[in-house]
Design a protein around this ligand. Structure first.
Ligand SMILES: C[S@@+](CC[C@H](N)C(=O)[O-])C[C@H]1O[C@@H](n2cnc3c(N)ncnc32)[C@H](O)[C@@H]1O
Length: 203
């Protein structure tokens, strides 16, 4: 998992670097700042990589739910502080109470393609008031060969096509946005309770 995570991040940074674009995490951090978010809930947050980009954000709490103990251990060595929490928990054990803080954003960055339909529905049915952003790769016709290969190598067993993602999320009020500057890799964002204009401006 660690090697894969590093590999995934390397590829991401490489592609963003080649395109001369901001790293995805820095764009997310700008968005969090702009929205004046108090509580950040990072589901499948891995080793807490996002925290590297949140230094300028005045948030009240950051909570990462991550099932991989090794990643949690790495995260805890790197990041500490009263407002930072790493919880060893899979998405299907997250409760309404875990999500109950006012003015919160729930992030599932690169996570939905790791979990089956039932788990996706279980978590999204609990996300009513929260602002939410998911971000995942997808398969499609005319996919370029490099993107196809990277996705085939991905450890996530559930990279879907857009129709399948939207079918699972149907009825949960998500808006779809193809991540335009990452189009080469064809990734898709689903968001809710956030203005479309703000998403389009930063992501
Ligand atoms: C591709 S990595 C993304 C990590 C981080 N969010 C990022 O953007 O770098 C996928 C993450 O989803 C986590 N994950 C896999 N299955 C999960 C589950 N059932 N519940 C929560 N997280 C899960 C993995 O452990 C891993 O940290």
């Amino acid at each position: 998992m660690i090697n894969y995570s590093l590999f995934y991040r390397l590829i991401q940074n490489l592609i963003f670097g080649l395109l001369g674009k901001k790293n995805f995490f820095s764009s997310i951090s700008i968005l969090i700042k702009e929205l004046h978010i108090d509580h950040i809930i990072d589901i499948g947050g891995g080793d807490g990589v996002l925290l590297n980009y949140l230094k300028d954000c005045d948030f009240k709490s950051y909570t990462c739910f991550e099932p991989d103990e090794t990643l949690i251990a790495i995260a805890k060595k790197k990041f500490n502080g009263e407002k930072i929490k790493f919880i060893n928990k899979s998405v299907d054990y997250i409760t309404l109470d875990d999500l109950s803080k006012e003015n919160s954003i729930v992030l599932m960055l690169g996570v939905v393609h790791h979990i089956d339909n039932e788990m996706v529905k279980k978590i999204v049915s609990k996300l009513n008031k929260n602002k939410v952003i998911t971000y995942d790769p997808f398969f499609h016709k005319d996919i370029n060969p490099i993107s196809f290969l990277l996705k085939k190598m991905d450890k996530g067993k559930y990279i879907r096509n857009l129709k399948s993602y939207s079918e699972i999320l149907k009825g949960f009020n998500f808006t779809e946005r193809i991540n335009v500057y990452f189009r080469f890799y064809s990734s898709v964002i689903y968001f809710k309770n956030i203005d479309k204009e703000i998403i389009e401006k930063y992501l």
